[in-house]
Design a protein around this ligand. Structure first.
Ligand SMILES: Nc1nc2c(c(=O)[nH]1)N[C@H]1C(S)=C(S)[C@@H](COP(=O)(O)OP(=O)(O)OC[C@H]3O[C@@H](n4cnc5c(N)ncnc54)[C@H](O)[C@@H]3O)O[C@H]1N2
Ligand code: MOO
Length: 412
């Protein structure tokens, strides 16, 4: 690598694109698309995994009414109480309760007007001959006991979760509880994965000088976090086939693996030049993954912007490219808030590269990160046991130092 080209530090007066520091490369991927893809309305089940295009607010007070939190009796005033005939179940409504009276009530039922508390079944005793309910609880009943008051969780119109939040199953449940049938979410970028390398095998152990394709099984599921995958395709080591595959793709983001370096079958740079692509990042001062690149492809005939992320072929180097370029780009396009890194403590020394950032697979226990063995660019053993990738600045970090750790995304 020509280190003289290395810049991109925001504090540096001269930026000579497109070789970048790791921080600048990530920032470019995060900010290059000026804005997120347009918002669309989706039924709740179809919104899963998308980012909210607007704040999710409450369409009602929650709870919407004073609610019994326990099975027992709704009571009015201090006991003992005369038990009224009947009962009120969840979904029912009862008439007003007079002072000194009680009515059987089920968890989830609306409190009758005039009720001041709920006496749990196991805390009350009814004298069957008189129909009088009294307390056998160790502590006397206070007003509001075992009642979920109206608006306890939120009031109508209140913010529940902000725009940019990813719709998880919990957000779906909250949106339904708060009264929504559909929500506005950002369209997710369509992504196509092009896997280069004539040496790749699809089945069985490595043999005859060839290796198993580790990237299709690994990147496919990761791309489901935050994109609409259009599938993954193997492209032979042939410049014309690669050019056709890129120009013929309908994806917003094309991701290639392999072919980023300058070997005899590494055609990616040549093909990008032929297509009139603009290189935004071309090599990053990071280990592993330094040949990773990001390019703006010429827009489609209808003016839609398109990008290409070129990930190096070495598997851990490709994951470094995923975390540095692909994930930030997809997050921005999909309207997601930048999750950023967790700031943790180095449990032991974290080895660094003399001049470049290192991305190290680490195990995280009790807020402390420990480097894992088998972290070479072509290895996945360390990554498979890891909780994330630690960002180790040039020179390394001593035990006890603060370290940023990017969680590897989970598609489940
Ligand atoms: N003269 C130089 N050679 C190389 C440099 C360099 O700076 N100067 N950089 C090295 C680094 S670092 C990396 S990373 C690789 C990047 O290479 P490419 O992106 O061109 O990838 P390939 O050459 O196609 O493959 C590299 C390596 O990875 C294996 N591979 C590729 N695809 C897969 C896959 N889907 N599953 C598993 N393994 C895969 C491939 O067989 C090679 O072993 O360049 C170095 N060279
Ligand atoms: O940095 Mo390469 O990307 O070492 O494998």
């Amino acid at each position: 690598m020509d280190l003289a080209r290395l810049s991109g530090d925001p504090s540096s007066p001269v930026e000579t694109p497109p070789v970048r520091t790791w921080e600048r490369a990530r920032e470019i991927a995060r900010t290059t698309p000026g804005h997120a893809l347009p918002a669309v309305e989706r039924d709740l089940p179809d919104a899963l995994g998308h980012a909210l295009a607007g704040d999710l607010t409450a369409r009602a007070d929650l709870p919407a009414f004073d609610t019994a939190a326990m099975d027992g009796w709704a009571v009015a005033g201090a006991g003992p109480w005369r038990v009224r005939d009947g009962r009120v179940l969840a979904g029912d409504r009862a008439g007003p309760l007079a002072e000194g009276t009680a009515l059987g009530i089920a968890t989830g039922a609306e409190l009758p007007p005039g009720a001041t508390a709920v006496l749990r079944h196991e805390h009350g005793l009814v004298d069957e001959s008189t129909g009088i309910l009294s307390e056998r609880a160790p502590t006397p009943l206070t007003a509001g006991r075992d009642v979920r008051p109206r608006g306890q969780e939120c009031r109508t119109g209140q913010l529940l979760v902000p725009a940019g939040t990813t719709v998880t199953p919990a957000v779906l449940g909250l949106a339904a509880a708060a009264g929504w049938d559909r929500v506005a979410v950002h369209r997710r970028p369509a992504v196509e994965l092009l896997v280069l390398g004539d040496e790749l095998l699809d089945t069985g152990p490595p043999r005859g000088g060839r290796v198993r394709d580790a990237l299709t099984p690994m990147l496919g599921p990761w791309l489901r976090c935050g994109s609409e995958p259009l599938g993954s395709h193997r492209v032979p080591d042939d410049a014309a086939r690669l050019r056709d595959a890129i120009s013929g793709s309908s994806a917003d983001v094309v991701i290639t693996t392999g072919g980023t370096a300058a070997g005899p079958t590494d055609f990616l740079h040549r093909v990008l030049a032929e297509l009139g692509a603009r290189l935004l990042v071309d090599s990053v001062a990071v280990r592993p993954g330094h040949p990773m690149l990001l390019a703006a492809l010429p827009p489609t005939a209808d003016g839609r912007s398109r990008w290409l992320a070129g990930l190096p072929g070495n598997p851990l180097a490709a994951v470094a490219g995923l975390v540095t370029l692909v994930h930030p780009l997809l997050s921005r396009l999909g309207g997601r808030a930048d999750e950023g890194a967790q700031r943790l403590t180095a449990a032991a020394d974290l080895p660094g590269h003399p001049r470049s950032t290192r991305l190290l697979p680490v195990a995280v226990r009790a807020g402390a990160a420990t480097a894992l063995s088998h972290d070479g660019p072509a290895m996945l053993r360390g990554l498979a046991r890891s909780d994330g990738l630690a960002v180790v600045p040039p020179g390394g970090l001593p035990a006890g130092a603060t370290v940023e750790v990017f969680a590897v995304p989970h598609p489940w």
